[in-house]
Design a protein around this ligand. Structure first.
Ligand code: NAD
Length: 249
């Protein structure tokens, strides 16, 4: 029960990594609100959290829309009385290289992956200040630290989130609000299942990983749990890679 008494908001929690984080946080005692644009999947996920005996709600939240953040945070404070943990997990992927990515795709990727994080911090921090602190976990990517021939917009958006993390960690440290980022390698989720469906490509991706397998949403969830919990009370402004050793060499 590492999150007993805490209230968490997890964006993009309807499926994939966010869903695993929501489930683990609920198992560890947190009340959980899932904010997502996938309403049916989000509502179903929340039913599962309630079966674990936790208070849980679903909020329709497009992380790119400031008014959605305002409504969601207000509702969470009304329902739960506080907000201790924000996981900025919602994200989209674009695999195109610079020559192929359109300006529209670039802007959409930056909007969801970078602006979404900024808006989340902006609207969740005031209630954390009021209750004396909190923890913000931003789900970035190893794409923020290494180059490649593809995914230009994605890399740039995750790099922005990485830099935002450090700036916000310094800005809010005096209020005991910790801000950290997680940088996963390949994790099998609906985001990339089509890409990884090609057996040759899957094998190629696994070969890049010294531990010999791709990540699971649960691998990432356990790291998020640590960073969200009071056990990480002296940890802020860090970027934690979780990639089976892929970027170690
Ligand atoms: P996913 O597609 O399974 O889940 C993403 C979730 O975000 C979905 O529920 C989706 O509806 C939600 N979402 C998308 N746009 C949104 C918006 N505008 N507002 C609210 N919610 C929105 O993907 P995932 O693999 O679980 O990815 C979760 C996070 O992890 C993303 O930020 C992704 O970039 C990051 N990540 C994933 C991998 C990977 O290999 N899967 C690797 C590194 C980082």
């Amino acid at each position: 029960m590492r999150l007993e008494g805490k209230v968490s908001l997890i964006t993009g929690g309807a499926r994939g990594i966010g869903a695993a984080i929501a489930t683990l946080f609920a198992q560890e005692g947190s009340s959980v609100s899932i904010g997502d644009v996938l309403e049916a999947q989000g509502a179903k996920r929340v039913e599962g959290l309630r079966r674990l005996g936790r208070m849980a709600t679903f909020r329709t939240l497009d992380v790119t829309k400031e008014e959605d953040w305002q409504t969601a945070v207000k509702a969470i404070i009304n329902e739960f009385g506080r907000l201790d943990i924000l996981v900025n997990n919602a994200g989209i992927g674009t695999r195109m290289g610079l020559e192929k990515v359109t300006q529209e795709e670039w802007e959409r990727t930056m909007d969801v992956n970078a602006k979404g994080g900024y808006l989340g911090i902006k609207h969740c921090v005031p209630s954390m200040i009021q209750t004396g602190g909190g923890s913000i976990v931003n789900i970035s990517s190893i794409s923020a630290m290494i180059g490649g021939h593809t995914s230009m917009a994605y890399r740039s958006s995750k790099g922005a989130l990485r830099a935002l993390t450090k700036a916000m960690a310094l800005r809010y440290a005096p209020y005991q609000i910790r801000v950290n980022s997680i940088h996963p390698g390949d994790v099998v989720t609906p985001l990339n299942q089509e890409y990884l469906a090609d057996p040759a490509r899957l094998e190629e991706r696994i070969r890049m990983v010294p531990l010999g397998r791709l990540g699971t949403p649960e691998d990432v969830a356990y790291l998020a749990l640590y960073l969200a919990s009071d056990q990480a009370g002296y940890v802020t402004g860090v970027e934690v890679i979780i990639d089976g050793g892929r970027t170690a060499g």
